[in-house]
Design a protein around this ligand. Sequence first.
Ligand code: ADP
Ligand code: ZN
Ligand code: ZN
Length: 811
Amino acid sequence: MYAEIIIPLALPKNYTWMIPASMQDEVAIGMRVEVMLGANKRYAGIVKNISSKAPEAFTPKPILSVLDDAPIVYEHQLALWEWMAEYYMCTEGEVMQAAIPSHLKISSESVFILNEQQEEDIKNLSDAEYIISEALEIKKTLTLIEIQKLLDKKSVYPVINKLIQKGICYVQENMKDKYTSKVEIFLSLQAQYKNEAALEKLLNEWTRAPKQLDLLLAFLHFEKTEGSVQQKSILEKANATHAQLKALIDKGILVAEKRKIDRLATDPNTGNTALHSLSEKQKEALTSVKSQLLTHPVGLLHGITGSGKTQIYVALINEVIQQNKQALYMLPEIALTAQMIRRLKQYFGGSIAIYHSKFNPNERVEIWNKVKSGEIKIVLGARSALFLPYKNLSLIVIDEEHDPSYKQQEPAPRYQARDTAIYYANQLKAKVVLGSATPSVETYYNAISKKFGYTYLNERFSTGELPKIELIDTKKQPAGTAILTPQLLASISKTIANKKQVILFQNRRGYAPYLICETCGWIPHCEHCDVTLTYHKAKNLLSCHYCGASYPIVNTCKACGKQNFKQKSFGTEQIEEKLNQSLPGVIVARMDLDNVKGKNEHDQLIQKFEQRQIDILVGTQMVVKGLDFENVDLVGIVDADSLLNFNHYRVNERAFQMMEQVSGRAGRKNDNGTVIIQVSQLQHPIVQLVQQHDYFGFYNFEIQNRKQFSYPPFSRLMSLLFKHKENNIAEEAANHFLHSLTPEIQKTVLGPAQPIVNRVRNKYIWELAIKISKQPQQLQLAKKQLLHYIRLLQVHPRYKSVSIIIDIDPN
Ligand code: ADP
Ligand code: ZN
Ligand code: ZN
């Protein structure tokens, strides 16, 4: 027997290995097996097909070992991978690489790290397992080659696999991953205070030690919202010390106990699905979505910001789990905040699992297994959650479906998770609900063409009305006030005087996006990229936002030698500084990639803002996505021009979505919401439409443009990038490629052209953009040709070192 096996590499096709007679009963589709590629590379690949037919051209090598007792992926997943590889023009190996948690991947490049907290009894180890665990104790990390030498066996993966399963070592995904303990300290109330009257008495009679009281109150808050409270997280969240906690324990108020946790932290709290009852409008919308789904595979829920779409998703998901089926709730990665998770945990308690790429690998494997067995019913996750092994998925909710982050940019597979989800759901006979206040043009087009169901919810839950939008003309301002106009400053002061909060949005981080020599016009650029360097004042450096390189500040012009630089334009850092200067005593915080490293800091900042320890939050799109703050009355878009001025067919769509979404953060719980947009192009149609909150006007305007120039949804786009360290080779390769295509396909190609940023990390870029008709045959035909000529280019003596990147339906 022979097996077609996917290995996590970009190979042109899947290869075949022989199944030795001794393994024939053990191997099944979806299991991992150890195979050798070339003379000495070993991989854990996944069996995709088994057949009795031997390959014609060569004699396949044998499979070395079988790693699993049962398949780790379902066949419907393998079919999805195959489709993705075909549609997005990558390989199944690349899809596998993205789809599987690192702990389920083993290869010759893997490094294995000792888990210092392992608790396995050595009595339970086989000899081979024991040898490796001893070596790990001493060396802490081992490479695959070292393990091979130690064991001196043909097949070593089964041993490694067992060690991983037993928690003795783990696979290093990258240097940053840390293993977290399975044992955590949990806090709870001493039994006597579980009685409400006793607790009330305690709190009311509290006199000294205000910090301890703060900590206790924080504890009570989290116990209520999250069910169980870990010492580590409450100290962090309440910003309290161990001494304060110890005092509460010594006083007999709190009890601390070590608990071995399931890493998924399934809280005892089973959630409360009856938490909110729906408003009349929400009920109508829910009924409408449900009836649409009877006749459509996909339903669009178009609900204005603050209309309570989440409540409707919750109701839909709830019905699914009542029927013992699974639901996936997808969000853009940065919208997956602790705030959102807390809200959903209030409803679903422990039956919901969170999955995203920042999770540690062990947690991801645990979730993987529990989704596969059906134990986990609801997954909340970013785009990669689509790859989990669902046992009986019946609903996919894609919130903020318009969000560009559903498209993976780098590396392949460059997939659009929303579109992929729609395809997959169709295969699984599951339903999809897309939600947005600003649906993407193609989604709304599908809705009005009746391909998707459509439901409109046009009332905010608590106030009914969307915030009022004022435009401020930045051309008519006194010199030096373009960043914070007098009107904006006055509104901010008034809002803060009313004890309300403010959010200011600016699309650029840093202090100034570029410096320019006033004498000769020279602008400092990155040495590796064709990009101007952004000035960061606090860090006192210039930085390239494409490759991350940083440079010391330049004072002397490299072209003319004069010292006459001027800062141009402005980013979040400068807004923060100006606010601090103009409004002393007001607490300002900044939320952008420079200031917020990782999920934890992001969540902490959100929480501080929620608790009103911050008056003004200044930030990039991080302040926009899905956040729900009830005390924000004023939102300012500091520089709308920067959203309108770039050259891309989606510029209007992105600008409208961004401005409408930012505006949506104001006045979510009362009628006093105001939005101020500072802009020089007051008459720009998009600005006018945003001011009216007129989505339909926007759509009608935009769809004309798309039709006229036959952009999506009237065509399909593909982009081909040719990258090389020599500009002329990249350009020639693009031309050579273009001229090999048939005239029919050539007609549909734009370029070669250099993109706006035409060199990144020392490689020059030339692009061919292909616009083809939406007929599936056309697409197939074009792809076939492209693949053929790409292969030829890759062996062409002059061009074989050109890297070619194919992007289907690019952002
Ligand atoms: P959207 O996602 O449509 O912008 P959300 O789902 O975030 O809106 O809801 C906005 C706010 O209104 C949230 O704070 C939410 O808790 C509240 N809300 C919405 N519907 C209800 C309801 N039926 N009962 C109580 N609160 C609700
Ligand atoms: Zn100069
Ligand atoms: Zn650079």
